[in-house]
Ligand binder design. Structure first.
Ligand code: HEC
Ligand code: HEC
Ligand code: HEC
Ligand code: HEC
Length: 507
């Protein structure tokens, strides 16, 4: 399938470079599952069942292997392990029925697959004969495939926490809730009040236009010999199955280790996924602005404003994601006079002295949310931090009882009185009146010697927060060791989302 410029837009080729296609081979997922089991060994089979529900949906629940282990099972030559390894594949999304969508039962992998071998798609009157004859599936129109609630079945992850003894606590963590965040935003298309601004997950993550913005119109199938079926006509809209989000880092890591991971996908598929993800991060994610003022008492104030453009919080979803502001003040000789949020080539946050700051070291203190920053060890990091049952910070998913901190940027239109406010509420922002629906402002209070300065602010993003990795690498399992080897040789430079500059003169 081709766009107007003859570029490949075939679902399989685009999908194969996506994180969803690689969700079962993802070495970070495997490391995380093994670390969860190591933290709560008595709940092993339960943990493995939960963790495979969305990441290996075609094999889940995974039948017990000789070792009784999901990860071992995936390495076996069993037909079901091959299905599991295919990740979130075509026949998962396309067989999800409309039953229960949007309700609490549908969340945390609670989708219901139809049992009639129906393949749902968005188009009316599909020609059924070729698919029935070749693969014994019947394509049929199912408008629910276009709903955000369909994606929400796996993209709403709500977990019960376990204490050190493997006892389930009463606490429920809203670990990943982009759909609930989206419902409480101007993008929600389930209500009529957002007509002008409504956008579904598919609208942003499966664009129906090509990379130049031209509407795609193509036949949906060729016969197995590669020729056109004579009786099919071009269809539109046609959603590109690239599923770009923010995970440049893991897409690169998987590309570079594809042979070791047993992935046959050609390099090109990863290259275009990386490009598309970077474009999404740089053009559709957030904006930054900076305003420099010198006050009467001689202090320089740099006020940085961030606006969230995405359809949910930024960052959203998996708790290891973080964004932060890097603010650098240089004098006219090019020397750094102040810096907050600088990072090194390992993706670690460093202070003025070039050393890794304490909050990026395992078991170190955590950064609070700031309204005003006065010291280079203070960094505005937009992130979640989980707390265990005793209120202590934890980096193990199933130890998480609640969030200690959640100052991720709210989506535009987020409202305090919405039904989803409780499960998406910011935490630890105290009385910061500049933290509003869709935006935040931070003031950097600088005491600079007389001179001319350039102040630049960059919004940075890391899918795998260095602090999370520091904690994960404390755990010793074969899967964590394998992942660490890949991580250590990866390019850890964070992604730049947006940048702004201003100038200040101090007499
Ligand atoms: C994450 C869920 C998901 C996965 C995985 C997925 N699809 Fe789709 N597919 C959709 C959605 C949603 C649409 C409707 C998109 C639109 O038209 O905007 C769609 C539409 C289609 C269409 C109709 C053309 C169109 O865009 O309307 C075809 C053909 C198709 N998919 C084939 C595939 C194949 C082949 C695979 C596996 C390589 C696949 N899909 C994997 C969700 C998925
Ligand atoms: C309800 C579905 C669901 C369940 C259950 C689930 N996950 Fe996930 N997981 C996801 C989705 C969706 C993402 C992608 C979110 C994102 O990109 O931010 C994800 C992302 C991840 C990532 C990040 C991968 C990367 O490459 O960055 C890890 C690690 C992970 N999950 C581990 C686990 C573990 C461990 C468990 C079991 C305790 C688990 N997941 C259970 C849906 C699920
Ligand atoms: C059967 C479960 C399932 C369904 C349904 C599903 N996803 Fe996913 N999705 C996942 C998992 C699991 C991951 C994480 C894979 C990983 O990182 O290892 C993921 C990751 C993603 C990512 C993250 C990519 C990145 O670069 O960070 C995006 C975007 C995404 N999905 C979009 C969608 C959209 C849009 C839909 C609905 C059309 C959808 N998903 C439906 C399970 C699902
Ligand atoms: C207005 C456009 C828009 C809409 C609507 C939207 N997203 Fe996104 N999404 C983005 C952008 C931009 C990013 C990249 C920035 C980021 O990573 O958060 C993103 C990132 C993501 C990621 C990856 C997050 C990460 O960094 O790991 C997931 C998962 C995701 N979206 C899921 C969804 C789901 C599910 C829906 C529907 C409920 C949805 N999105 C609706 C724009 C959108």
């Amino acid at each position: 399938m081709r766009d107007q410029q003859n570029r490949n837009v075939s679902p399989f080729d685009l999908w194969s470079g996506s994180m969803m296609a690689n969700s079962a081979r993802d070495p970070y997922w495997r490391a995380a599952v093994s670390a969860e089991v190591a933290a709560t060994p008595s709940q092993k089979s339960h943990i493995e069942e939960i963790c495979s529900r969305c990441h290996t949906p075609m094999a889940a629940p995974i039948p017990s292997s000789p070792e009784g282990q999901v990860l071992a099972f995936l390495n076996e030559d069993h037909p079901k392990s091959k299905l599991g390894l295919d990740g979130v594949s075509c026949t998962v999304c396309h067989q999800i029925s409309s039953e229960n969508l949007g309700t609490d039962e549908s969340f945390t992998g609670g989708f219901v697959l139809n049992t009639e071998r129906a393949i749902y798609g968005p188009h009316a009157d599909p020609v059924t004969m070729p698919m029935q004859r070749h693969v014994n599936y019947t394509p049929q129109r199912g408008d629910h495939i276009l709903t955000s609630a369909m994606c929400a079945t796996c993209h709403t992850v709500i977990t019960h926490s376990y204490d050190e003894n493997g006892r389930q606590t009463d606490a429920i963590l809203h670990e990943q809730v982009p759909y609930l965040e989206w419902r409480n935003s101007i993008f929600n298309d389930e209500v009529t009040t957002n007509a002008a601004t409504a956008r579904s997950c598919q609208d942003c993550h499966m664009p129906t236009t090509d990379v130049d913005g031209q509407v795609i119109s193509t036949r949906l199938a060729h016969n197995p010999g590669g020729r056109d079926f004579p009786f099919l006509r071009d269809r539109q809209p046609f959603g590109r199955h690239s599923f770009a989000g923010g995970n440049v880092f893991m897409t690169k890591l998987i590309r570079d280790n594809r042979t070791k991971l047993g992935i046959a996908t050609p390099v090109d598929a990863f290259e275009s996924a990386i490009k598309e993800t970077q474009k999404m991060l740089r053009t559709q994610t957030a904006q930054i602005a900076i305003d420099c003022v010198t006050s009467d008492n001689g202090e320089t104030l740099a006020v940085v404003s961030i606006t969230n453009l995405s359809g949910h919080k930024f960052p959203t979803a998996y708790p290891s994601r973080r964004a932060w502001i890097e603010l650098i003040v240089t004098d006219d000789k090019g020397s750094i006079a102040f810096a907050s949020g600088r990072s090194n080539s390992k993706g670690q946050l460093i202070g003025d002295d070039g050393h890794v700051i304490d909050s990026d070291i395992a078991a170190g203190p955590v950064q609070q949310h700031y309204h005003r920053i006065t010291d280079s060890k203070q960094v505005q990091i937009y992130e979640t931090l989980m707390a265990d049952e005793d209120g202590k910070p934890t980096f193990a998913l199933l130890r998480g009882s609640e969030f200690l901190k959640d100052n991720r940027l709210l989506p535009k239109g987020w409202a305090e009185n919405h039904a989803d406010a409780e499960s998406t509420r910011p935490i630890g922002i105290a009385s910061d009146i500049d933290f509003t629906a869709g935006a935040d402002k931070v003031a950097y209070q600088l005491s600079l010697p007389p001179g001319r300065y350039k102040i630049s602010a960059r919004l940075m993003f890391q899918s795998l927060s260095n602090r999370y990795m520091a904690e994960l690498f404390e755990v010793d399992t074969p899967e964590v060791r394998t992942f660490k080897t890949m991580y250590d040789s990866a390019d850890c430079v964070p992604e730049e989302i947006a940048v702004a500059t201003c100038h200040a003169i101090k007499d």
